[in-house]
Design a protein. Structure first.
Length: 190
């Protein structure tokens, strides 16, 4: 039996990462990042045995194209420290055939992530070294019913006893707390 391995990471612009570069590397393709103009060419990378993109109901159909999807993510995220994507790396059982592993990953991703509203970019690697594994990149924003990106969070303003927003002169903004738009960051979601 294979040794179980699962790691979950955030691909963040604040850490100098790019969702476009990560997707190109994992899929072994060439994509130009429209955010910074850099071409990421990993067409010589070997060991990639399967790639596909799974979309939720409200996602635009054109996001089935890896370059369009991850460039759209880079475009919607404005901050210099934006969280662009979540990546899950999963070890796959060597006892299963390639088709069984693909089916296993597809079913898991559809059930736990796509059904919740995330776009999923699946890349399965197998260099025949006993370490087949899947990289699953997930979007961080939900979609609105009109197929546009939704907000990651909303602001809940803190009000005084008279119902007025409280201004913080040090921060030069109204006091508020952020409320996540989804439960996707819950640890139970992996």
């Amino acid at each position: 039996m294979a040794i179980y391995h699962c790691s979950i990471k955030i691909i963040s612009r604040g850490k100098g990462k790019s969702a476009v570069a990560a997707a190109a590397y994992r899929a072994g393709v060439k994509i130009i990042n429209q955010y910074d103009g850099i071409e990421h060419d990993y067409t010589r990378k070997g060991g990639i045995v399967h790639t596909e993109i799974l979309l939720p109901e409200n996602a635009p159909a054109e996001y089935a194209d890896r370059a369009i999807l991850w460039n759209a993510v880079e475009k919607i995220e404005k901050a210099k420290n934006s969280q662009l994507a979540r990546e899950i790396e999963l070890a796959l059982p060597v006892e299963l055939t390639r088709e069984q592993n693909i089916s296993l990953v597809r079913e898991y991703v559809n059930q736990h992530f796509v059904a919740a509203g995330m776009c999923a970019d699946i890349c399965i690697h197998d260099k025949k070294d006993g370490n087949p594994h899947a990289h699953v990149m997930l979007t961080m924003r939900p979609f609105n019913e009109d197929k546009t990106w939704g907000a990651k969070q909303k602001k809940d303003y803190i009000i005084d006893p008279h119902g007025n927003k409280i201004y913080d002169p040090k921060k030069r903004q109204y006091k508020c707390k952020s409320i996540p738009a989804t439960d996707w960051n819950e640890q139970t979601k992996a």
